[in-house]
Design a protein around this ligand. Structure first.
Ligand SMILES: Cc1cc2nc3c(=O)[nH]c(=O)nc-3n(C[C@H](O)[C@H](O)[C@H](O)COP(=O)(O)O)c2cc1C
Length: 314
């Protein structure tokens, strides 16, 4: 399976099925699920299974697993391989509740274990296995190229590099030089990730690092249109930014999809943050956020967005 070029990043609490469907519609070539605990999956955890819903999502699609036990990650991957075309292993999550268990980016402090997880998973499945890493844990522990090399040796089909150290969380700027260094160190495809907020940023990521694909995270939140823009830019076509009407209509569709998938109570609660991403920068956003934060039903949520739409037309 060839690696698609423009990808939606795995984002816990963001890249649910509703948002993934919208991103695909706007041009993302592939999306990743939110990170899935390999251990919880193997225990048959109901909430974890719900995160794996892909109904209506076209192929290829990727699932991301996290875990620190090679056998458990391999077992979870085997369970999922029929449903997903790429199995990605999270080696970049900086959240203490994950790293505290030796998972996520804690694996960058234990490269032999990281390699063993990849190797066992590759052996367990017939689909491509990829890994997503940061530059290292701290600036004095810069292991991206070494880790990428290990991943390649262990059979990984591609590697995603977020150009920051774990200790940086999301501060400062992602280093494109670090991604270029990994690209020079391995033959497998490299996916460049970090701070792509526009089509121009994506082109710059391709040009500066030589990466094979780009992955967009925060730049897509409330902005699935970024995929249409990147695809147009890659073809040398004119970029079509969304109008305010398109933003509001898409926010409404996102809300309706979330409610359809998660039920009205949870869907409306989650829609509060979703709407706030879409209306960012729109005149009257503060008032909309206030109203949305007290909405309790889908009808109320739709009414608020319809009011905003009327204002946009007048
Ligand atoms: C809300 C949020 C949730 C995230 N969850 C995950 C995750 O589940 N797995 C993962 O590998 N990275 C996760 N990330 C990191 C992103 O995938 C990405 O590497 C990072 O945001 C840098 O890319 P960006 O600058 O395009 O946002 C998350 C980031 C954010 C903002």
């Amino acid at each position: 399976m060839e690696l698609p070029k423009v990808l939606l990043a795995p984002m816990a609490g963001v890249s649910d099925l509703a948002f993934r469907l919208l991103c695909r519609e706007y041009g993302a070539d592939m999306t990743y699920t939110e990170m899935i605990s390999a251990k919880a999956l193997c225990f048959g955890d109901r909430k974890t299974k719900a995160l794996l819903n892909y109904e209506g999502e076209a192929r290829p699609r990727a699932v991301q697993l996290f875990g620190s036990e090679p056998e458990t990650v391999a077992k979870a991957a085997r369970e999922l391989q029929g449903d997903f075309d790429f199995i990605d292993i999270n080696m970049g999550c900086p959240a203490p509740k994950i790293t505290g268990n030796g998972e996520g980016s804690a694996l960058l402090k234990n490269l032999p274990l990281a390699g063993e997880i990849i190797e066992k998973t590759v052996k367990a499945v017939d689909v491509p296995v990829t890994a997503k890493i940061r530059r290292g844990y701290t600036p004095d522990w810069d292991v991206a190229a070494e880790m990428a090399h290990i991943a390649e040796e262990c059979g990984a089909a591609a590697i995603t590099v977020h150009g920051r150290f774990t200790s940086e969380m999301f501060s400062g700027k992602a280093s494109l030089d670090a991604i270029a260094e990994v690209k020079n160190a391995v033959k497998i495809p490299v996916i460049g990730n970090g701070d792509i907020f526009s089509a121009e940023d994506a082109l710059n990521m391709f040009e500066t690092t030589g990466c094979d694909a780009v992955m967009i995270g925060r730049g897509a939140m409330g902005n699935p249109f970024i995929f249409r823009e990147i695809k147009a830019a890659l073809c040398g076509e004119k970029i079509n930014p969304p109008s305010i009407e398109e933003k509001i209509k898409t926010a409404k569709r996102n809300v309706e999809l979330v409610v359809k998938l998660k039920g009205e109570y949870i869907g409306v609660l989650e829609s509060r943050k979703i709407v706030s991403w879409y209306v960012k920068g729109i005149h009257g956003a503060a008032e909309i956020k206030r109203r949305v934060n007290s909405a309790k039903t889908l009808a109320e949520m739709e009414g608020i967005l319809d009011d905003l739409l009327c204002r946009a037309y007048n």
